[in-house]
Design a protein around this ligand. Structure first.
Ligand code: GLN
Length: 213
């Protein structure tokens, strides 16, 4: 099975490790460049994107991770992790930077103006939650939403919520080997997002083998 790292600088690392293991991957925590170099894919958990941005630099992971993303490393970012993968951020602090990679603009703490944390069932066929399937239970915690995406970005899920300002906002995207969700599927035992990510990591490993053989 593929070896997938969970960035372990901040956030709910254990829940991601459990969701990855339940989805058929081997999972390790990543704090050092050597650990980053060993993995076939990486999860960026939620937390505070400004803090994780600074910690990535302090731990010497920022440049190596940017390089690996440029080389096609599959990365899944949840919540703060989504912000780190965004090319453009609204509501960033003055010194906040992102790794980038996904051609999108995210708005930090977007739902927070309505309500800090909430749960919602999403209809998201691209994530295996179609009309005939169990809805995807999404937990949002001071979450970003996606304001706009570039041409190469696939929209995987949108918020419901009727008349709320967030209704219809994009909350899950895929761009090449990068996957991002506004919400936290690792909370509450939802594994469909992690299973998709494990598939992406498997596919990336297969194309690498074909390219070098
Ligand atoms: N509000 C946080 C940020 O801007 C993200 C919250 C989360 O990851 N749960 O980084």
């Amino acid at each position: 099975p593929p070896l997938i790292g969970v960035l372990a600088l901040q956030g709910d690392v254990r829940e991601h490790v459990a969701a990855l293991t339940a989805s058929g991957a081997r999972a390790i925590t990543v704090r050092r460049p050597a650990e980053l170099a060993s993995v076939d894919g990486l999860v960026l958990p939620g937390g505070e994107s400004t803090t994780i941005d600074k910690l990535l630099r302090a731990f010497g992971l920022y440049e190596p991770l940017r390089t690996r993303i440029g080389e096609g490393l599959p990365v899944y970012g949840s919540c703060a992790g989504m912000i780190l993968l965004a090319d453009r951020v609204q509501g960033a602090t003055a010194d906040q930077t992102t790794l980038g990679g996904i051609d999108m603009t995210v708005r930090r703490n977007a739902f927070g103006r309505q309500v800090d944390s909430f749960e919602e069932d999403l209809l998201a066929p691209a994530l295996g939650a179609g009309p005939d399937d169990a809805p995807l239970r999404a937990v949002f915690i001071r979450a970003p939403w996606v304001e706009e995406v570039g041409d190469g970005v696939e929209v995987l899920a949108r918020a419901g919520g009727g008349a709320r300002a967030s209704a219809g906002k994009i909350v899950a995207v895929r761009h090449g080997m990068l996957l991002a969700t506004s919400f936290h599927p690792e909370i509450g035992g939802e594994t469909r997002v992690h299973r998709l990510f494990v598939e992406m990591v498997r596919d990336a490993a297969v194309s690498r083998t074909l390219a070098t053989s």
